[in-house]
Design a protein around this ligand. Structure first.
Ligand SMILES: Nc1ncnc2c1ncn2[C@@H]1O[C@H](COP(=O)(O)OP(=O)(O)O)[C@@H](O)[C@H]1O
Ligand SMILES: O=P(O)(O)OC[C@H]1O[C@](O)(COP(=O)(O)O)[C@@H](O)[C@@H]1O
Length: 351
């Protein structure tokens, strides 16, 4: 993959920066951290890491990070500097406290690796702290505007696809209906990506539910129609979390009890955040980690380091959650109309 890059024009004298990982851990966060530390070392900048996200910033829990500390970490998921969800950080008093801690350490800038919540926290902090703040998109959900992909998304889709492939083996052997529940918070990227990659017969995604919520009778009709067209075989559906009351287990029970349709649920849960990060996540994280340091050297502030059409970009932090990345319309069309048609091919009908 070729990335066209401009040489970095350094406009600021930066001596010391900090980094933290926040919110749900995402595969590739370690690779991003490594890239930040190695790039900073390259430019002669000292790096400290706050442990446990914003909680560590409030507790002054930090450690000096040197290249030796990030050797051989990019192949592991999780985050060696720990992450956390810190509800107190939403309070004004917390941002004031955090700003005082950052000032006491004479920091020029802070890099926050996380999702939209972490970036809201970054903006909140920026109202109280004068240093530069740069976000790096780290979440499996891929729900941030301004970057074609977030760090962790490729791994999560790969894991979900692998699981769907395995479910397919047993579903096919017994001509069964399966519901596989995937993560994504309120976004259907993991659902769409894994359904497409594994050839699922149905996707229940937040974006599709918004205008036309799925009814169980419509779902049963679809299952019967697909079975009728295809003859014997399996039917595998991908359900995004929070899209059915009680989730996959409740939906499977309902199909069985109310429609005599034996169905098995499978919840992938946090499995989607573990294991070895996919190459795409390691590479994206490495590039964006370096980009974040270079944005600091260019004097940028309140932006996210993103990747658009193979170009490193910077996007105002606020845009990352206020604007929306839509699901790829063409993938939705293909998955719905071509791969899983419930009507006969119109051309065939006319012959
Ligand atoms: N509106 C907000 N104001 C201040 N801090 C916030 C806000 N929203 C989230 N945060 C901080 O960011 C952390 C991570 O956000 P969360 O939504 O849990 O994960 P993610 O960053 O992956 O979306 C929260 O635990 C909290 O500390
Ligand atoms: O790990 P937790 O706290 O149970 O949260 C689960 C949520 O975290 C995620 O895995 C990642 O979300 P964030 O990156 O926004 O934190 C979501 O897909 C899921 O809804």
């Amino acid at each position: 993959m070729q990335r066209s890059r401009q040489p970095v024009s350094v406009s600021k004298n930066i001596q010391r920066i900090a980094v933290l990982t926040s919110g749900g851990d995402a595969p590739g966060m370690n690779a991003a951290l490594r890239a930040v530390v190695l790039a900073a070392d390259h430019y002669g900048i000292e790096v400290i890491a706050f442990r446990h996200g914003y909680q560590g910033l409030l507790d002054n829990e930090y450690t000096l990070m040197q290249p030796k500390d990030v050797q051989h970490v990019l192949q592991y998921s999780g985050t060696i500097i720990k992450s956390a969800r810190c509800h107190r950080f939403k309070e004004d008093s917390a941002a004031v406290e955090a700003a005082a801690n950052l000032n006491a350490l004479a920091l020029d800038a802070l890099i926050i690796i996380g999702g939209d919540g972490s970036f809201r926290g970054a903006e909140h902090l920026a109202n109280h702290w004068q240093g530069q703040i740069i976000g790096v998109p780290g979440t499996i959900d891929n729900d941030l505007y301004g970057t074609d992909a977030t760090i962790g998304y490729a791994t999560a889709v790969t894991i979900a696809m692998d699981a769907l492939d395995k479910i397919r083996d047993t579903a096919d052997a017994m001509d069964r209906v399966f519901i596989v529940e995937v993560m994504g918070r309120h976004a259907g990227f993991i659902g769409l990506g894994s359904a497409m990659a594994a050839g699922a017969e149905r996707m229940i995604l937040p974006e599709l539910q918004k205008d036309k919520p799925l009814t169980i009778s419509a779902l049963v009709k679809h299952i019967h129609r697909v079975q009728e067209i295809r003859g014997e075989g399996s039917y595998v559906m991908v359900l995004s979390e929070h899209q059915w009351p009680g989730g996959a287990v409740a939906l499977a029970e309902q199909l069985d009890a109310e429609y005599d349709l034996p169905c098995r649920p499978c919840l992938l849960g946090h499995i989607q955040r573990g294991g070895a990060p996919a190459p795409a996540d390691r590479i994206l994280a490495s590039e964006l980690g370096v980009h974040a340091v270079e944005l600091i050297l260019q004097g940028k502030h309140r932006v996210m380091a993103g990747m658009r059409a193979n170009q490193c970009v910077d996007v105002p932090l606020r845009d990352t959650w206020e604007k929306k990345n839509p699901l790829a319309a063409n993938l939705l069309r293909i998955q719905h109309e071509i791969f899983n048609p419930v009507k006969k091919n119109p051309r065939r009908n006319t012959q």
